[in-house]
Design a protein around this ligand. Structure first.
Ligand code: PEP
Ligand code: MG
Length: 580
């Protein structure tokens, strides 16, 4: 029987395929005394062999699809698998103690993990994480549990998971993964953001997909309305195939705007830029006609690997993006790690409130080696295009001043070393902590630009975790409190002759776009796949007409009131599907 599971529409489009349930199995290991050691060792060898083949396939695939740097982690896993010290110890435990392969492997692996974790050496600590991963993979084979990895998929599927980490998402193969649905997460969780940049239809925050859906069940993902249709009937398949075609036709209409400027009906120009996570995303940025990159989230360069990226690796990545964008503005944000973006190899202590913790610029100002390496890479790349540097999670003027001073110090050093650095690098900041929106008049005197990060600004203003669907009703982009903060920031920037953009997901939201135009936002940075829909919508709007009512909107009392007004006044006339 058909069942419809409601969730949050995270990435537009319709997908129809079988479910692939991505499980992270908890392994139960029994300790047994075995009779035949040779047979047990054979079982172990077989499991090692299967794991090796699996890892080689994943490594090769990752290398091809996502580049050699992302594949490095699997090379490290293969080394662990072939490490004679580990394997011999397991085998002698089987022989000498008549231990079964599972418990022998588990004990030996745990011994190495504890030993490495206690060492005061980053490299060794990382090895502990590798051993944990690899031994889990081998144990899964010994126990006959399927250890699913998104990179191992070789047929068309829809992924069902409790959540997808950003590195899981990075391994998804667009050729086979037609869509995904998760139990947790919201529109602005990073898996959702990446699904949009990869153009994979997605529904998140369903609470129940993993419980309700078994492997190989036929599914439809409706990323426009946030529905997961389980076991659809013939009729439903026909209905959604039609919806898919309509959406594709709409996209074809939007595609005609790819080389057009972003102009309102009354000829006001705004800049439509794209958010990217890796240099590979630039292709989509150009294909979708973006006028710049409004946010390059550099943290993805640091993820899915075992050590920090070197200055040269970073330089190459930044240079590639700047060159490919051919002089169009590129805002590169310095490392914003923390919250839901973890770097296991930094071994940071677990925090009670990671979103309020030691992250982003706070970490960079303390761990200055990491920060300075990135700044040098950015400065060296600056001559290859139109670079703007942006600092994340600024809370105080002092933090901005410190970060900028370090940037200038590194610039002076490079220049004295004879390295060419551009003299026209704008230095700006994210406005995502309410203190900076409130103090925007003072910040505006010192920055070259603001980019409003509503994903975080909303969660901090409303005290509503952006990952927690239980409180998602409070995550209200159209709440007048948020609109007033945005208005304060834009007005403060303009008073000082600076520009203000927005790189939170709100910038590409069809209800928010008229409001932001009326407030006077200069640059809208969004998922590349939202750009053409936004350009089409903007061409139907008159800035002057919205300006005439914006003060009234800012004095409304609820998000619902604002939304109803926008729909009635600025959206009703549009009869096309609005992109998510
Ligand atoms: C934001 O907070 O709005 C933002 C763009 O940054 P991120 O989503 O990477 O936290
Ligand atoms: Mg943020």
């Amino acid at each position: 029987m058909t069942q419809v599971i409601k969730g949050i529409a995270a990435s537009s489009g319709i997908a129809i395929a079988k479910a692939f349930v991505l499980e992270n199995p908890e392994l139960e290991i029994d300790t047994k005394t075995i009779q035949n050691a040779d047979q047990e060792i054979e079982r172990l060898d077989e499991a090692l062999n299967q794991s090796r083949k699996e890892l080689e396939a994943i490594k090769e695939h990752t290398e091809k699809e996502l580049g050699a740097d992302k594949a490095e982690i699997f090379a490290a896993h293969l080394l662990v698998l072939q490490d004679p010290e580990l394997v011999d110890k397991v085998k002698s435990k089987i022989k000498n103690e008549s231990a079964n392969a599972e418990s022998a492997l588990n004990d030996v692996a745990n011994m190495f993990i504890t030993m490495f974790e206690q060492m005061d050496n980053e490299y060794m600590k990382e090895r502990a994480a590798d051993i944990r991963d690899v031994s889990k993979r081998v144990l899964a084979h010994l126990l006959g549990v399927t250890f699913a990895s998104p990179a191992s998929i070789t047929e068309e599927v829809i992924i069902i998971a409790e959540d997808l980490t950003p590195s899981d998402t990075a391994q998804l193969n667009r050729k086979y993964v037609k869509g995904f649905a998760t139990d947790i997460g919201g529109r602005t969780s990073h898996s959702a953001i990446m699904s949009r940049s990869m153009e994979i239809p997605a529904v998140v925050g369903t609470k129940t997909v993993t419980e309700a859906i078994k492997a190989d069940t036929l599914l439809i993902i409706d990323g426009l309305d946030g529905d997961v249709i389980v076991n659809p009937s013939e009729e439903e398949i026909a209905q959604y195939t039609k919806k898919k075609e309509q959406f594709e036709a709409q996209k074809a209409e939007w595609a005609k705007l790819v080389n057009e400027p972003s102009l309102t009906k009354d000829e006001h120009h705004v800049e439509l830029a794209a958010n990217i996570g890796t240099p590979d995303d630039v292709k989509g940025v150009l294909e979708n006609g973006a006028e710049g990159v409004g946010l390059y989230r550099t943290e993805f360069l640091y993820m899915g690997r075992n050590e920090l990226p070197t200055e040269d690796e970073q330089f190459e990545a930044y240079k590639t993006v700047l060159e490919k964008m051919e002089g169009k503005p590129v805002v590169i944000r310095t490392l914003d790690i923390g919250g839901d973006k973890e770097l296991p190899y930094l071994n940071l202590p677990k925090e009670m409130n990671p979103f309020l913790g030691f992250r982003a610029i706070r970490l960079c100002l303390e761990e200055q080696d990491i920060f300075r390496t990135q700044l040098r890479a950015l400065l060296r790349a600056s001559t290859f295009g139109n670079l703007k540097v942006m600092f994340p999670m600024i809370a105080t003027l002092d933090e901005f001043r410190q970060a900028k001073a370090i940037l200038l110090e590194e610039k002076d050093k490079l220049v004295s070393e004879g390295v060419k650095v551009s003299d026209n690098i704008e230095v700006g900041m994210m406005v995502e902590i309410p203190s900076t929106a409130v103090m925007a008049d003072l910040f505006a005197k010192e920055v070259d630009f603001f980019s409003i990060g509503t994903n975080d600004l909303i969660q901090y203003t409303m005290a509503s975790d952006r990952m927690n669907e239980k409180v998602s009703y409070l995550y209200q982009p159209y709440n007048p409190a948020i609109l007033r903060l945005v208005n304060m920031v834009v007005k403060a920037a303009h008073k000082e002759g600076k520009w203000a953009g927005m790189c939170g997901e709100m910038a590409g939201d069809s209800i928010a776009i008229p409001l932001l135009l009326g407030i006077g936002l200069d640059e809208f940075s969004m998922s590349a796949t939202s750009i053409l829909a936004a350009r089409s919508q903007i061409s139907t709007l008159s800035k002057a007409e919205i300006e005439a009512v914006i003060d009234t909107i800012l004095t409304m009392s609820t998000a619902e009131e604002v939304e109803a007004f926008v729909k009635e006044t600025f959206i009703k006339s549009q009869n096309h599907v609005l992109a998510k």
